[in-house]
Design a protein around this ligand. Structure first.
Ligand code: SF4
Length: 349
């Protein structure tokens, strides 16, 4: 398969370059697709990196591990990029005189039935400071400046639970997130051990998940190893595109979901508009017009369902930055639409 000087020259140099570009893309996609279809496996314990906002998702990791949705090839590529970024940052730390110690050391707690690893520690003033490296998308990176910013994002909360679990179990007072935007920017965010957060978001969460698994196992044994019923799973969380939208069990969980009584059930026509809106996003003019039509229906409603689509929304207020003087805050209804069958999300306002 590799190029050889003995291969016959065909076409012009430009045609040859085009052919090479197409082949590079095709082979990469083929490799990623193969890597994306690796068989799922049942975890040994709760992983610190899997401390989700949803107990049900964490229980599915054990009871429906074989129904875990495979990652898309693009998702596999993003994970591989993240791993490379971690290696780059570790090399960077060493070059700057902070060679990490105790890298990838495991934690394994019997009481919480929790396991995981920390990226490493850095020696500073006689203390070892634990750190965790995370690569964020550039727009998310620009929004994360403090511990509170991490807490405000249900997706990034997972990272906070992971580092908190480590600090809590290893009796460390503080650690660091080393954040990257994948484009050369870095942020070094101190995370102090917040005992109240650790108690509610790590300890109680693990205890609830383990109790649910024990109950399901007991009930299953009493019916000859059969599935005792979905009613013994933890409740679903209210639909959240940042959690459910990325959940590996959303097709197992969501077909039966009714999103609670707060969901506005729109006419089927809205589903058609939402579908077309997703198809036409690159065609800005038409997409913008549909956006206004959808907005007329969903504005003021936190959750709107239409066929296979869900629209979530909230009121947000923005204060413009200088040079606008004086800064005059303005509000708008910010909404996102997601096709339940795909992870594609469209944001609008
Ligand atoms: S789809 Fe949402 S509610 Fe269902 S398990 Fe996943 S995160 Fe939880």
């Amino acid at each position: 398969m590799s190029p050889s000087v003995s291969e016959t020259l065909t076409g012009t140099p430009t045609q040859n370059a085009h052919a090479l570009a197409a082949e590079l893309s095709a082979r990469r996609l083929k490799r990623l697709a193969q890597e994306a279809t690796k068989a799922p496996w049942k975890p040994r314990r709760i992983y610190a990196s899997g401390l989700s906002s949803c107990d049900r998702q964490m229980v599915y990791a054990f009871t429906a591990w074989d129904q875990k949705e495979p990652f898309a090839p693009e998702g596999v590529a993003a994970m591989q990029d993240g791993q490379m970024e971690e290696q780059i940052i570790v090399r960077e730390l060493s070059s700057d005189g902070f060679p990490p110690v105790e890298t990838q050391v495991s934690m394994d707690d019997d009481r919480l039935w929790l396991t995981g690893k920390i990226d490493g520690k850095i020696m500073w003033n006689g203390r070892k400071v634990p750190f965790e490296i995370k690569r964020l998308k550039p727009f998310a990176f620009d929004r994360v400046k403090t511990f509170e910013d991490l807490k405000a994002n249900p997706f990034l909360m997972k990272y906070l639970r992971q580092l908190t679990a480590y600090l809590y179990l290893h009796n460390e007072e503080a650690g660091l997130f080393i954040l990257s935007d994948g484009c050369g920017k870095r942020a070094y965010l101190v995370v102090e051990l917040d005992m109240a957060f650790a108690e509610t978001e790590v300890v109680q969460r693990c205890e609830r998940v383990k109790a649910a698994l024990n109950r399901i196992e007991r009930l299953s044994a009493s019916v000859g190893g059969q599935w005792p019923g979905d009613q013994y799973l933890p409740d679903r969380i209210p639909y959240d595109s940042k959690v459910c939208g990325f959940c590996s069990w959303k097709t197992t969980c969501l077909p039966q979901v009714n999103f609670g009584e707060g969901a506005h059930m729109a006419e089927p026509e809205l589903a058609e508009k939402l579908k077309r809106h997703l198809e036409l996003k690159p065609l800005v003019a038409e997409a913008d017009r549909l956006k206004q039509e959808i907005k007329a229906v969903v504005e003021g409603k936190e959750i709107t369902l239409a066929g296979g689509y869900v629209v979530t929304g909230k009121q947000v207020t923005v204060t413009p930055k200088p040079p606008t003087t004086p800064p005059k805050p303005y509000s708008f209804w910010k909404w996102e639409v997601q096709a339940l069958e795909t992870p594609e999300t469209v944001k609008a306002q």
